[in-house]
Design a protein around this ligand. Structure first.
Ligand SMILES: Cc1ncc(COP(=O)(O)O)c(C=O)c1O
Length: 426
């Protein structure tokens, strides 16, 4: 009997008899056939929420090259740096740049943070003070650090409905839950948030993507940004502003960053994955020093420090003005693809659908009354066009008749053809 219970705990090379130190002293040696081990019974409770399957599906669709893809929210490789970056890489290698090759500080290299602080000051009109800025290994790591620092099982995080699927997955992986707050063409609705707070919702933090939101493509208006910050002060929660797409803008005017306007209650998290390239896995977090210090504590439990080589590359690339140039060129490309998508939707779908009109980013959100989006996505893949159904972007059962269309990867002629194929399926 004891053997049955203990057997699955054995390591996979259990053909050898291995001592298991924490077993009762009478059971010191075991032998088990590897096929009897059921690892799923040993995984932590936090793995049991349904996280991961949807994003894997989306990435699988995004990776397909045999379809016109409106699926993954990934940058077009034509925007990636080339010769200039190779030169910087060679310089760093020739100089045997120790900061690039050695372990570095958890918060990021001092010189990279100095460059980044200057960049934020130039872009947002606010320079992070001492201890208010750290470098992260991309945007998703910032979410992981927030979870480690803030979330206990049963806690609640308020999110936009719909929101970035990775955020829902991240929160759930801490055995916490998300409360969806309605979004319209001006972004998160503060009245809906206030109504939930008045009813008793007490989120540890609110996660919002104010600029060119993923997946809805909408931008939070200036008045609403102020209203949300006021609610955060009144009810005592942190606002996490994810600016993943903020710089990918097709119009010069944009509302002030929430962090710059309300640094007492807002933590800004950002990523260079969409603007520079995902390959270096770099991002940042800027906010109240006490919060940033706790995130740095959490980072010591993950990778301990962001890639030194990546930081030095990005910093040198940025200091030479090349990042700004890359972003300008990318915005021209994505801006015309967005215009092509909106024109194709108008021409092919007309009254049959409603869609958002992004002013930046990668996405438009298309609502198709009476259409089963999961079925449309499946039939679309067969017809050579990949879209992402809306439901995974919600924590509840909404989104069944919506799809997210990403215009970042498809060429303009493919966009027109892709929308034609979708329309034919409706
Ligand atoms: C809103 C948002 N935040 C964060 C990320 C993740 O960024 P990273 O690749 O830097 O982890 C994404 C990626 O799709 C995103 O859409």
């Amino acid at each position: 009997m004891v053997g049955d219970w203990f057997a699955p705990l054995c390591p996979p090379d259990a053909g050898r008899n291995l001592p298991i130190p924490f077993y009762p002293s009478s059971v010191t040696e075991l032998s088990v056939e590897p096929e009897l081990i059921r690892w799923s019974e040993r995984f932590a409770a936090r793995t049991r929420s349904n996280v991961g399957a949807e994003i894997a599906q989306i990435l699988a669709l995004a990776a397909r090259t045999d379809v016109i893809s409106f699926a993954g929210g990934i940058p077009d490789p034509v925007t990636f740096p080339g010769r200039e970056l190779a030169a910087i890489l060679a310089e760093l290698a020739e100089q045997a740049d120790v900061t690039a090759f050695q372990y570095g500080p958890t918060e990021g290299l001092a010189s990279t943070r100095e460059w980044l602080a200057g960049r934020l000051e130039q872009l947002e009109g606010r320079r992070p003070g001492d201890g208010e800025l750290m470098v992260t290994s991309g945007g998703i790591e910032a979410l992981e650090l927030l979870g480690k620092a803030f979330l206990d099982p049963g806690d609640i995080v308020a999110v936009e409905a719909p929101t970035y699927l990775g955020a829902i997955m991240s929160v759930r992986s801490f055995e916490a839950d998300v409360a969806g707050i309605a979004v319209d063409d001006d972004g998160l609705d503060p009245a809906a948030l206030e109504a939930e707070l008045a009813k008793g919702l007490r989120p540890k933090f609110l996660y919002t993507i104010p600029d060119h939101q993923n997946p809805a493509g909408v931008t939070l208006s200036a008045e609403r940004r102020t209203a949300v910050a006021d609610l955060a002060r009144r009810y005592g929660f942190l606002v996490v502003e994810d600016v993943a797409y903020r710089e990918l803008t097709f119009t010069p005017d944009r509302p002030q960053a929430m962090w710059a306007a309300a640094p007492d209650v807002v933590l800004q998290i950002g990523t260079f994955s969409k603007t520079f390239m995902p390959g270096t896995r770099l991002g940042w977090a800027a906010g109240p020093a006490e919060v940033v210090a706790k995130l740095a504590w959490a980072k010591q439990l993950t990778d301990q420090c962001p890639s030194g080589l990546g930081q030095r590359l990005l910093e040198e690339y940025g200091r030479r003005g090349l990042l700004d140039e890359q972003i300008r060129n990318a915005n021209e490309l994505y801006g015309s693809r967005c215009a092509a998508l909106l024109a194709a939707l108008e021409a092919e779908l007309g009254e049959r659908a409603r869609w958002t009109r992004p002013k930046g980013g990668f996405f438009s959100w298309v609502t198709l009354p009476g259409v089963d989006a999961l079925d449309l996505a499946a039939r679309g893949a067969d017809a050579g066009v990949a879209v992402v159904p809306g439901s995974p972007f919600y924590a509840d059962d909404q989104g069944g008749n919506a799809v997210r269309l990403s215009f970042s990867r498809a060429h303009e002629d493919e966009i027109a053809e892709g929308v034609r194929r979708l329309a034919a399926l409706l």
